[in-house]
Design a protein. Structure first.
Length: 63
């Protein structure tokens, strides 16, 4: 699960029970395909973490 705002979350579409539970608790759920989770390991939150290496500075890829 990845929190997009206080009441909106992104969830793997392959987890319908989690989606239903969150919706019952008034969350807006954005389902997403997470096809390669076994290949990459981790979840949606892991894919969005910043990567900072010792010999580099953070970069803004969206600015």
């Amino acid at each position: 699960m990845l929190s997009l705002s206080p009441d909106t979350v992104m969830v793997n579409e392959a987890c319908p029970e989690l989606i239903r539970t969150l919706e019952k608790r008034s969350f807006t759920v954005v389902p997403g395909r997470h096809r390669h989770r076994r290949l990459f390991g981790g979840g949606l939150h892991c894919f969005t973490l910043d990567t900072v290496r010792e010999d580099s500075t953070p970069e803004d890829y969206f600015g």
